[in-house]
Design a protein around this ligand. Sequence first.
Ligand code: GLA
Length: 384
Amino acid sequence: MSETAKLFAESLGDPTGAVVARAPGRVNLIGENTDYNDGLVLPTIVDRHVEVVARKRFDRKVRIVAADLGERCEQDFDGPVDYTGFGWLPYVLGVVHELAQRGRIECGVDIVFRGTVPRGAGLSSSAALEVATALALDAVFNLWLNPIDMARLCRDVEHRYAGVRCGIMDQFASRLGRPDNALLIDCRSLDARHVPMPLDNHRLVIVDSGVRRERVDSAYNQRRAEFEEAVTRLREADDSITSLRDVTLGMLAEHKNLLPPDLFVRCRHVISENNRVADACESLANGDLAAFGRLMNASHFSLRNDFEVSHPALDRLVEEAIQVDGVLGARLTGAGFGGCTVNLVTETALSDLKQRMQPLIDDWSLRSIVIRAPEKARVTEVIA
Ligand code: GLA
């Protein structure tokens, strides 16, 4: 029995019939703030995950235990529901209620979860929690949700219960990502393709700045609203435009006068970032990691200068990292304003990178992740 299942037995009783499911966090390699603009993204999964144990109840109670935090709540399946008690509550209870609202589950559940994805670091701990919960409930109630529908459901949970109007990248990557591959997602069509990463003697290294900005969610929602305004304005020139995906850099330059200057540069980031994702896939296909690294750097500078979601701590980490011989590229990853950088580095330069980063963060072993053997989302155990 897994450790989490043992914790289930200790806190909620007999685990017979319970399902254990896991979902990984993700790191976005390139394609930032493009998903909610119908654009392209290229995330991969990381060696950190959330594990959920869930079991059906025969009454209408929902009991949830956050094993790492020693927190616990009990609510009525039929509401009224209070999501404010714990930070994690919207993600877990949100999945339960979303499935209930869609008529897919009709009785209470017991859930225990714990995980290793750092929270608030831009590595999608909330998406991993949503996806692991959805996977466990899917197996408990035999729902047979297809993976893309599950990712969509988890994205909707984030919108409706956590109030973050995120795109679909995080939930999609956590649900569908595979080891040794990046996942190219076209966020307009939801077509996705696993892109092999010929890393050979290179590694992807995540470095956590430790900066956690409050009210990131409102800044994120605000950026998103700005793009709705930009599209409305650009439609004055061409009403076939339904999102920034329909706009090229040439068109943007032509219609510059329709946008206030700050909105113009934010759009420039999104459109150029889509181009960089396409180029990044090509460089992976050609085995040209140096070109991939240059695109990562260009993405960072665009996020810093045009999109303005960087932070001095992230800029410092990137500037120092790219000085190291053997670092091919570095950029902030995720929504920005804090969180992590992702670095592409030759294996032999790992210790130099560590030395360079060490003075900027408290503890390399706690604040870095070298991606080596991530595990894809799956049900790991059904307790007989
Ligand atoms: C957060 C959101 C994603 C995406 C990124 C920025 O992680 O949840 O949908 O927009 O920010 O690329």
